[in-house]
Design a protein around this ligand. Structure first.
Ligand code: 4NP
Length: 155
């Protein structure tokens, strides 16, 4: 089983969108049984809440399901249990590393999986309001991430 955890700040906008998009791509590739996919936030403000309306709207528009996704906060045990931890921005990585010794958690950056990415961080639509931009970035980078994992895991 390959385990993938997407991480952002609030776990209501970016990381649940990445979780739903990545699960959709994994399903389309016929690999659902080989993956466990989840998301979490570094903050605790929205624990138990469904994705933000902007994330729900764009996923509905694209026909991507997000049933059952509820915000939770990242825990130290996640760092041991997940093979791939994928953060949306540099601040997320710093926050994850304050949970444990900086070198013990290997955290990947979402946009490193997007060829010719126009930026380094996935901008936070909670503040920008631009959920379409985030969807486009996440859709491309999820494609790259799946390719990367399939090569690594021989899938
Ligand atoms: P996210 O966006 O990290 O993409 O889920 C945010 C959601 C909520 C807050 C900040 C960012 N907040 O401050 O409540």
């Amino acid at each position: 089983m390959v385990t993938v955890l997407f991480v952002c700040l609030g776990n209501i906008c970016r990381s649940p969108m990445a979780e739903a998009i990545f699960r959709h791509k994994v399903e389309r590739a016929g690999l659902s049984k080989q993956f466990h996919i989840d998301s979490a936030g570094t903050g605790d403000w929205h624990i138990g809440n469904p994705p933000h309306e902007g994330t729900r709207n764009i996923l509905d528009e694209k026909g991507i399901v997000y049933d059952g996704i509820k915000a939770r906060q990242i825990e130290i045990k996640d760092l041991k249990q997940f093979n791939y931890i994928v953060a949306m921005d540099d601040k997320n990585i710093k926050d994850i590393q304050t949970l444990e010794h900086p070198n013990s958690a290997q955290v990947l950056k979402m946009l490193s999986f997007m060829e010719k990415s126009p930026q380094n961080d996935v901008p936070d639509p909670y503040f920008t309001g631009n959920f379409q931009e985030v969807y486009d970035l996440l859709s491309h980078s999820c494609e790259g991430l799946l390719h990367f994992i399939r090569e690594k895991e021989n899938l």
